[in-house]
Design a protein around this ligand. Sequence first.
Ligand SMILES: NC(=O)c1ccc[n+]([C@@H]2O[C@H](COP(=O)([O-])OP(=O)(O)OC[C@H]3O[C@@H](n4cnc5c(N)ncnc54)[C@H](OP(=O)(O)O)[C@@H]3O)[C@@H](O)[C@H]2O)c1
Length: 281
Amino acid sequence: MILITGGAGQLATEFQRFFKKNSIDFLAPNRLELDITDFDKVKDYILKNDVGLVINCAAYNLVDKAEEEKDSAYMINAYAVHNLAKICREKRIEFVTYSTDFVFDGNKGNEYAEEDEINPISVYGRSKALGERLALEENRRTFIFRVSWVFGEEGKNFIEQVKTWANTKESIKIAIDQISSPTSTKDIVEITWKILNLRDRDYGIYHISGAGEISRYEQGKYILERLGYKGNILEGRCLDFTSYDIRPKYSKLSSKKIEGILGIKIPNWRSRVDEYLKVDS
Ligand SMILES: NC(=O)c1ccc[n+]([C@@H]2O[C@H](COP(=O)([O-])OP(=O)(O)OC[C@H]3O[C@@H](n4cnc5c(N)ncnc54)[C@H](OP(=O)(O)O)[C@@H]3O)[C@@H](O)[C@H]2O)c1
């Protein structure tokens, strides 16, 4: 049995669609049904349901709020991840979890590879970085997939935010000083599953990121044009929207390692955004 934690999230929902389509059994409890910070309950749940693989999609993702809710961020993104890795080690099963481009400081100037030094500049980034380290130290059969700007159907994501603005605002300002790449949950799920099905598995850290790189402004403008928005689209800066200067300015993840191993090319973010918006490319 496969356990997907954080069952109501956008990546977890995509996994459920994929497993249903492929007739693969899974359990996907939401936060109320299985809170990953309840260490004993998580252990009981995994043992009782004879779980053979854990895919951790639960996370504390509120980047700004994490600055004030440090304990929650660390508990969910680091200590609960450590606990899951430990239970998986004891049960001799593989553990999959997800991390973020926010483990980097954004100063490199070109694509980040898996072996680049991390230097998170936010509580969120530090909590995810600690989760990575604790999981890898605890269980050598751990896969960590770092992803960026995730979007999936019915998710709480930037595209949905832009759609709401398009319906309610005559003028929209979007940050130009944050560059990375939008990544579809479809690609994350398919690639995770391919890696898990390789005969020779090389555990550790992998980057998965939609091809191309853009600023939030360019991404927003592209979405608004696709939606036929007629208002003004203005260039802003991250600090116009938050008082926390904690987002890496440039955090494009290189997917070369995973593309090389699987012999694939991850689609450009534009085609995935078009698919999401159900418009023709
Ligand atoms: N979204 C992004 O842009 C982004 C960027 C980089 C990396 N990532 C990483 O990608 C992975 C998937 O993210 P996502 O976009 O699918 O996130 P998401 O949609 O925010 O889903 C996360 C889920 O985890 C649940 N959760 C939070 N605390 C929990 C707990 N203690 N126990 C059980 N469930 C809990 C949340 O429930 P509630 O909503 O009820 O709290 C939510 O349903 C995460 O590791 C995330 O850090 C995401």
